[in-house]
Design a protein around this ligand. Structure first.
Ligand code: NAD
Ligand code: IPM
Ligand code: MN
Length: 349
């Protein structure tokens, strides 16, 4: 059985995954790795962003680590063949409904954020984003011609079960942290938001009354995140709001190049790990992408799917030591290349 399936993908994906391979070779040479084409490169080679073979390999591995997918060259592809559609199909196919996106401000990087040091210093937020439901997957969904133009429809759908299972993960995580969950929706305008609030409230009362629960409208949460981000511990939210709030949170920590993620399904099934950033077409091929989000996603895979928490601790400490030692790619104010940043981490292992 493969321990870790790598899906490097497009753009800077293969560049950052190459650094993960270096780290793995040093940290755990016994780990079995496999690799498959995925995203735009798979569309070019096989006519689909996610082949049956790649999905089967993902489900059969202990964990999957993706780089990034997408890019302007596939913007004209049919929507269901676009790299991003492949990613949604992978998440749905693996059943990874809970997306953990930690936003952590590393001490030496407190000045790398565009926000003031005193606002972000010591920040430690865990965003729990619902990942296999909501408007990303609802039907109907179409664009049609109407007199005088077109009409486009997307549908937001949530069931009690979908909300409850991701909320459980948020409450469980909070218990191991600062014991607070902030649930974000738009219950003031959306029926799915109303149901979200109702289900979270009920579950809290029934099973997690020891955890502090706060409800916050998602637009206010976006504002509070830049005003006073340290008020948050665990943020629980839906697929679309979680996508937006996590990109926002990344900037509190010094940027997208630093934020990893773990997507988890039911116990015993493989997790999907990915940096939250995209394929970054503007810097792809230049060798300057920050590989830390990918390396920290590997760290999460070691911890959450591969049963190697001790190695995860060592890797995390190595990343902190590299940053303490001044290792910086251009996105966080330095001059190291992608490979040099990978080397700086490896040197600390
Ligand atoms: P992006 O995350 O690719 O880039 C946004 C900005 O952040 C760019 O300026 C980029 O250079 C910078 N950036 C991102 N990652 C970086 C890193 N590791 N180091 C340094 N700088 C980094 O978002 P976008 O430009 O909106 O999207 C580009 C493509 O990626 C689109 O096709 C989009 O659909 C796709 N995308 C894929 C994923 C994924 O695969 N999980 C996530 C987001 C976007
Ligand atoms: C992310 C990305 C994806 C999302 C896209 C590429 C489908 O933005 O992982 O954050 O919206 O979930
Ligand atoms: Mn996103």
């Amino acid at each position: 059985m493969t321990d870790l399936l790598l899906l490097p993908g497009d753009g800077i994906g293969p560049e950052v995954i190459a650094e993960v391979k270096k780290v793995a070779a040093k940290l755990c040479p016994d780990l079995t790795l496999d690799e498959k084409p995925f995203g735009g490169c798979s569309f070019d080679a096989h006519g689909t962003p996610l082949t049956d073979d790649a999905l089967a390999a993902a489900k059969a591995a202990k964990a999957v680590l993706m780089g990034a997918v997408g890019g302007p060259q596939w913007a004209g592809a049919p929507r269901d063949k676009r790299p991003e559609a492949g990613l949604l199909a992978l998440r749905a196919g693996m059943g990874v409904f809970a997306n953990l996106r930690p936003a952590l401000c590393f001490q030496p990087l407190a000045d790398a954020s565009t926000l003031k040091r005193e606002v972000v210093e010591g920040l430690d937020i865990m965003i729990v984003r619902e990942l296999t439901g909501g408007i990303y997957f609802g039907s109907p969904r179409f664009i049609e011609e109407i007199p005088g133009g077109k009409r486009a429809v997307d549908t937001q759908v949530y069931t009690t079960g979908e909300i409850e299972r991701v909320s459980r993960i948020a409450f469980e995580l909070a218990r191991g942290r600062r014991n607070k969950v902030t649930s974000c929706e738009k219950s003031n305008v959306m029926d799915s938001g109303l149901l979200w609030r109702e289900v979270v409230t009920e579950l809290h009362k029934r099973d997690y009354a020891d955890v502090q629960l706060e409800h916050m409208l998602a637009d206010n949460a976006a504002m509070q995140l830049v005003k006073n981000p340290r008020q948050f511990d665990v943020i629980l939210t839906d697929n679309l709001f979680g996508d937006i709030l996590s990109d926002e949170a990344s900037q509190l920590t010094g940027g997208l190049g630093l934020l990893p993620s773990a997507a988890l399904g039911v116990a015993g099934t493989p997790g999907l790990y990915e940096p939250i950033h995209g394929s970054a077409p503007d810097i792809a091929g230049k060798g300057v992408a920050n590989p830390l989000a990918a390396i920290l996603s590997f760290e999460m895979a070691l911890r959450w799917s591969l049963g190697r928490a001790e190695l995860a601790d060592r890797l995390f400490a190595a990343v902190v030591a590299a940053l303490d030692g001044g290792a910086r790619t251009p996105d966080i104010g330095g001059r190291l290349t992608t490979a040099q940043m990978g080397d700086a981490v490896v040197a600390q292992l």
